[in-house]
Write a protein that binds this ligand. Structure first.
Ligand code: NAG
Ligand code: NAG
Ligand code: NAG
Ligand code: NAG
Length: 468
């Protein structure tokens, strides 16, 4: 027997006054196969903001809050436009999925939609506020994006805002009463809803299987049934952001755009779509945030500087490190490529993640009833650990309360476990990065588990790192 084990056993049996009965809860929310593959895809995704709004004066952030603004379709005129260039940044950060805004609030679509509809004047027209009627009629941007991603094995998603459409005079999902602004088309509510469903069908039929579908601002009750049946027919294995009530493959919005999840973030929600550790629905969170300051999503040039690397690293730890997927904005510039300064900063973030987390310290872990011990072959300086529960196991995300201590082999505390003050909490779930706040010289790390759901937790990963 390894002498370390004797030490550990000695401490477990005689010294430690750990609770020997773990408190348990009944819990039955299971991830769907689609949610599991979404969770396993990668820690980081991208959301690409590139649309008509990229060509508006900088004081506008898209067509948001300017219901009468219908930018001229001729404004969409990138000189380069290269989706392979975008993908390089996904690769540089280590992201494995990307979601393109296919239609934002101005109403402009970046794929050549063929949808036709009737105006209230009874004239039938084609949806001609699209890339096909812009100076770049030569390209289907959605198709080009999907092709570029596929070449690099990046999974794809599409964003379609159905809540706003300035061109069709729609705000908050409703066609607005009153006079039309210049450029707006007169339609009724029924026509609007039929346009939305036909365009979703185009997007979900023509571009292959999507990993994720984004409904920014949600969906309206009157569109619900139509969307549910389209999803079931065409994209039943896609996970859906803001999709609670539409599909069992829903993804929850963390609720802010700064890149922040609470210390203890849970993968489940209650019947009202509210985060709840014992909620009966599995709906894991996504944490979207921008690279540019001030929550700026479309390219803002020099008026919107980018956030410093330190801040992005902090964001990584307060999202990915807390059970939330990080979704980073890619604000493509007016030439249709990534601003070199943005690309550089994102590469720096990717370099940090690779340097810090590619190689864990050599170790093995074993679990007993109420703890898991990660053992090194010798003492090591350690400043953080990563723990993941195995969401494919029967228990899923089971842990409800835990703490961490380290086995000291020197000083006043020879061969004894010392508490690591910053390392305690409630949730683990898909991924938890636990920062110690300083490097500590230890021989083993112990995860003490105080509360779980009905089934004992199964860890998919327990690794230690030194990054400082
Ligand atoms: C549109 O067609 C309907 C049904 O044929 C008719 O009742 C209505 O008057 C027409 N509206 C206009 C503006 O021509
Ligand atoms: C789109 O169709 C409307 C209605 O026929 C027309 O007024 C408008 O000029 C067209 N726009 C473009 C860019 O072709
Ligand atoms: C969602 O899950 C419930 C409960 O398991 C099931 O009855 C329902 O058919 C599922 N819905 C879809 C769209 O798969
Ligand atoms: C982990 O276990 C493997 C297999 O038993 C062993 O070869 C290896 O040396 C162990 N590593 C450490 C760091 O204890």
């Amino acid at each position: 027997m390894n002498p370390l084990w004797i030490i550990i056993l000695f401490h477990l049996l005689s010294i430690e006054a750990r609770p020997c009965k773990i408190q348990k809860f009944t819990f039955d929310a299971r991830p769907t196969p689609a949610q599991l593959s979404w969770l396993e895809q990668s820690d980081i995704g991208f959301l690409i903001h590139y649309n008509m709004a990229s060509y508006l004066p900088v004081e506008y952030d898209g067509c948001n809050r300017n219901p009468s603004l219908v930018p001229d379709v001729k404004l969409f005129n990138p000189s380069i436009l290269n989706t392979d260039n975008w993908v390089q940044t996904f690769v540089d950060v280590g992201a494995k999925y990307a979601i393109l805004v296919a239609k934002h609030n101005c109403g402009f679509t970046t794929w050549p939609t063929q949808v036709q509809f009737q105006l209230t004047t009874n004239e039938t027209i084609t949806y001609n506020y699209s890339i096909l009627y812009s100076p770049r009629a030569d390209i289907d941007l959605v198709g080009s994006f999907i092709d570029s991603c596929r070449k690099a094995e990046i999974k794809t998603g599409l964003y379609y805002s159905l809540v706003w459409n300035n061109w069709l005079n729609v705000q908050d999902t409703r066609v607005q009463p009153g006079p039309l602004a210049p450029g707006q088309m007169p339609i009724n509510q029924q026509t609007y809803e039929s346009i939305v469903l036909q365009q979703l069908e185009e997007l979900w039929v023509n571009y292959g299987e999507l990993l994720e579908i984004w409904f920014d601002g949600g969906y309206s009750e009157s569109l619900k049934n139509g969307i549910v049946s389209l999803l079931e027919i065409y994209q039943s294995s896609a996970s859906v952001f803001n999709g609670f009530g539409l599909t069992n493959n829903s993804i929850r919005n963390i609720g802010n755009e700064f890149g922040y999840a609470d210390d203890d973030t849970w993968l489940t929600v209650n019947a009202n779509d509210q985060e709840d550790p014992n909620g009966e629905y599995f709906s894991p969170p996504e944490c979207p945030t921008t690279l540019q300051v001030s929550d700026r999503w479309f390219y803002g040039g020099n008026d919107f500087p980018i956030r410093p690397l330190d801040e992005l690293i902090h964001v990584y730890h307060t999202t990915v490190g807390r059970n939330c997927k990080l979704v980073l904005d890619l604000a493509v510039n007016r030439n249709g490529i990534v601003d070199p300064n943005h690309a550089k900063r994102y590469k720096e973030l990717g370099d940090f993640i690779r340097n810090c987390y590619s190689n864990s310290l050599p170790s093995n872990f074993t679990c007993s009833n109420n703890n898991c011990i990660l053992e090194f072959s010798t003492t090591h300086l350690v400043d953080r650990v990563i723990i993941r529960e195995d969401l494919r196991s029967l228990a899923g995300a089971s842990i409800r309360q835990w703490s961490i201590d380290g086995l000291m082999m020197w000083g006043d505390c020879l061969n004894c476990w010392i508490d690591i003050p910053s390392a305690k909490g409630q949730s683990i779930g898909n991924k938890r990065i636990i920062l110690f706040g300083e490097a500590i010289l230890i021989r083993a790390v112990r995860l003490n588990i105080y509360k779980t759901s009905e089934n004992p937790p199964v860890l998919a990963q327990f690794d230690a790192y030194l990054c400082q």
